[in-house]
Design a protein around this ligand. Structure first.
Ligand SMILES: *Cc1c(COP(=O)(O)O)cnc(C)c1O
Length: 461
């Protein structure tokens, strides 16, 4: 399996190279040259299998000869061993024909653990073989950073530097990033918003000298390995509800378009997904684009679902690539216009996007109301991101079973949950001492060269 860039001019890479590289040299994102399919009987055979077995079967066609079959099985087993639920991604029922896929049983209580724990294992295995050392730099609106630090802490071949927007992550998220004591992990609080952090990470990747000097690697949601790991739970959930004999729909709270794009891949692989519904908070660039065809940057408004406070959606480029019939030059043109503030998707491409994705948006009030209603009438305490999903999903319920992705545990966002319900969601026992641990915080200006200097100093020490 070979990987090509969405902008068409970067070198073609193997799975291992694409995973270790992150962003392509032409500024694009790596995607597989072809999307493998699983036949009806193979998918039907997933019924009753463990999460790990399905994960192996779904991901194996994408990894080429990066790992042997046995090693890949072992990496998957290690990745999910630390989860607090034997099913890994259990499905619970919310209402007639509406289900919640709980993706928050990993070590940092958000769905990002599914991808990050596996990426940690795969990086360690690949780098251990080559003897190389890399610096992972990532931007986070809270959950990616905590998941990355948790997945890479203490590994020999990797330094991890995470930029997060100062004052805009929840206390649990911050503490998960600032309390690990291993010397290879560093959290930096930037005076800016998430888009500023993400833009600086992109600039570092485009600074080839710096990229070589620190041997930069990325694990943000642009990393193909992350998207791939997220494809798996669409299969396990749909099969539990009767796929492939029966169609299933999904609603996905998303900002960077990573999680929902994984659903698109699952569908292309042959999983009978009917609707894929994008659910946004008031930072609704994805919803607006699908409605109007115009992708224009707005300003980020802080919400109670901060992990989706995003106005530049990096994985949307992958969706565009397929909507433009895999025309890298067309994608490169649009992305050049984005530097000027926005672009309009062509008629053919917007039609293709609307064929693939539906969308909806939840206001702050809608989100908070959904948290209140779902604990009172459905017995389910939702985190604000999951509540955005559930609110939007309600407008798309019908005869096809709907699965809403619950992307974080309510205890990760206790303030918003408590305001809506009066209930203070407790942390699971395995992390109950989080509030007592000491924090290490580095504050930095929203300035690329200053942050590059901090990174060089940190990895030298
Ligand atoms: C990251 C995150 C999201 C958004 O995921 P995308 O990668 O933007 O699809 C939603 N909810 C939570 C809790 C998250 O951490």
């Amino acid at each position: 399996m070979r990987y090509i860039s969405t902008r068409g001019t970067a070198p073609v890479l193997t799975f291992e190279q694409a995973m270790l590289t992150g962003l392509a040299r032409d500024g694009g994102l790596y995607v597989p040259e072809t999307i493998p399919t699983l036949d009806h009987d193979t998918i039907a055979g997933f019924a009753g299998q463990s999460y790990e077995d399905v994960a192996y079967a779904v991901m194996r066609p994408f990894i080429g000869d990066t790992f042997s079959d046995n090693q890949f099985r072992e990496l998957i087993a290690n990745a999910y061993a630390g989860f607090g639920h034997a099913a890994r991604a259990p499905l619970v029922q919310l209402a007639p024909n509406h289900f919640l896929l709980e993706l928050f049983h990993g070590p940092t209580l958000a769905f990002k653990d599914f991808a990050m724990q596996l990426i940690g294992q795969m990086f360690e295995a690949a780098l251990g073989r080559s003897g190389d050392r890399v610096t992972i730099v990532g931007a986070t609106s809270g959950d990616t950073g905590s998941a990355a630090i948790e997945a890479f802490r203490g590994l020999d071949a990797v330094d991890v530097i995470i930029l997060y927007p100062h004052g805009r992550v929840s206390e649990v998220q911050r503490r998960q990033m600032t309390t690990p004591t291993e010397s290879n992990v560093h959290a930096i609080a930037v005076d800016g918003d998430f888009d500023d952090c993400q833009a600086m990470v992109k600039d570092m990747f485009n600074d080839f000298q710096f990229r070589e000097d620190v041997r930069l690697a990325g694990v943000n949601s642009i990393n193909w390995g992350r998207v791939l790991a997220q494809v798996v739970y669409y299969f396990t959930a749909a099969v539990s509800l009767g796929a492939p004999q029966r169609e299933v729909s999904f609603t996905v709270p998303t900002g960077n378009f990573g999680d929902i794009f994984a659903g698109y891949i699952a569908k292309r692989m042959g999983l009978p997904i009917r609707d894929l519904v994008v659910a946004t908070n008031t930072n609704d660039i994805l919803h607006r684009t699908l409605e109007t065809g115009a992708y224009t940057k707005g300003t980020v408004t802080p919400t109670i679902s901060p992990s989706m406070d995003i106005q530049v959606s990096s994985n949307f480029e992958r969706a565009l690539f397929y909507a433009y019939g895999q025309d890298g030059a067309a994608v490169a043109d649009q992305m050049a216009d984005l530097k000027q503030g926005g672009f309009t998707v062509s008629q053919g491409a917007i039609d293709a996007l609307r064929d693939s994705y539906l969308s909806g948006r939840a206001s702050e009030q809608d989100t908070s109301d959904a948290i209140t209603t779902y604990v009172q009438e459905h017995g389910e305490l939702l985190c604000p991101h999951s509540a955005v999903g559930v609110h939007v999903a309600q407008h798309h319920l019908g005869t096809t079973p709907m699965v809403t992705l619950a992307t974080a545990h309510p205890a990760k966002f206790p303030a918003a949950v408590e305001r809506a319900t009066g209930i203070h969601p407790p942390l699971p026992p395995r992390m109950a001492d989080l509030y007592d641990r000491d924090e290490r915080i580095t504050r930095a200006a929203n300035d690329l060269s200053a942050i590059q200097q901090i990174i060089k100093d940190r990895i030298a020490s």
